[in-house]
Design a protein around this ligand. Sequence first.
Ligand code: ZN
Length: 58
Amino acid sequence: MVRQRTKACDRCQEIAPVLYRVRLQPDQPWQFVCPTCWPQVSQGNPGYTYGGTWKAKK
Ligand SMILES: [Zn+2]
Protein backbone atom coordinates (compact mmCIF):
# COMPACT_ATOMS: atom_id res chain seq x y z
CA MET A 1 0.00 0.00 0.00
CA VAL A 2 1.35 3.37 -1.00
CA ARG A 3 1.45 6.01 1.66
CA GLN A 4 -0.14 9.15 0.38
CA ARG A 5 -0.33 12.52 2.01
CA THR A 6 -3.87 13.72 2.30
CA LYS A 7 -5.48 16.87 3.49
CA ALA A 8 -9.12 17.87 3.78
CA CYS A 9 -10.83 21.04 2.73
CA ASP A 10 -11.57 23.30 5.71
CA ARG A 11 -15.00 24.18 4.31
CA CYS A 12 -16.54 20.94 2.96
CA GLN A 13 -14.15 18.51 4.76
CA GLU A 14 -13.60 16.59 1.51
CA ILE A 15 -10.19 15.06 0.85
CA ALA A 16 -8.75 16.65 -2.29
CA PRO A 17 -5.48 16.07 -4.23
CA VAL A 18 -5.04 19.82 -4.60
CA LEU A 19 -5.94 22.47 -2.05
CA TYR A 20 -5.50 26.22 -2.08
CA ARG A 21 -4.04 27.98 0.93
CA VAL A 22 -6.13 31.05 1.57
CA ARG A 23 -6.95 33.57 4.24
CA LEU A 24 -10.47 34.98 4.32
CA GLN A 25 -9.51 38.01 6.42
CA PRO A 26 -6.08 39.50 7.19
CA ASP A 27 -6.44 38.73 10.93
CA GLN A 28 -7.60 35.14 10.49
CA PRO A 29 -5.47 31.97 10.29
CA TRP A 30 -4.72 30.28 6.99
CA GLN A 31 -7.22 27.73 5.70
CA PHE A 32 -7.04 25.08 2.99
CA VAL A 33 -9.92 24.95 0.52
CA CYS A 34 -10.59 22.63 -2.40
CA PRO A 35 -11.03 23.89 -5.99
CA THR A 36 -14.81 23.58 -5.57
CA CYS A 37 -14.94 25.85 -2.54
CA TRP A 38 -12.27 28.25 -3.78
CA PRO A 39 -14.57 30.53 -5.83
CA GLN A 40 -16.91 30.80 -2.87
CA VAL A 41 -14.21 32.20 -0.59
CA SER A 42 -12.30 34.27 -3.15
CA GLN A 43 -15.01 35.99 -5.16
CA GLY A 44 -16.36 39.23 -3.74
CA ASN A 45 -14.10 39.03 -0.70
CA PRO A 46 -11.78 42.05 -0.39
CA GLY A 47 -10.01 40.49 2.61
CA TYR A 48 -9.10 37.32 0.71
CA THR A 49 -5.43 36.43 0.40
CA TYR A 50 -3.95 33.62 -1.70
CA GLY A 51 -1.03 31.84 -0.08
CA GLY A 52 -0.10 29.05 -2.49
CA THR A 53 -1.22 25.65 -3.67
CA TRP A 54 -0.87 22.38 -1.77
CA LYS A 55 -0.55 19.15 -3.75
CA ALA A 56 -0.71 15.58 -2.46
CA LYS A 57 1.90 14.50 -5.02
CA LYS A 58 5.11 16.46 -5.19
ZN1 ZN B 1 -14.20 22.24 -0.19
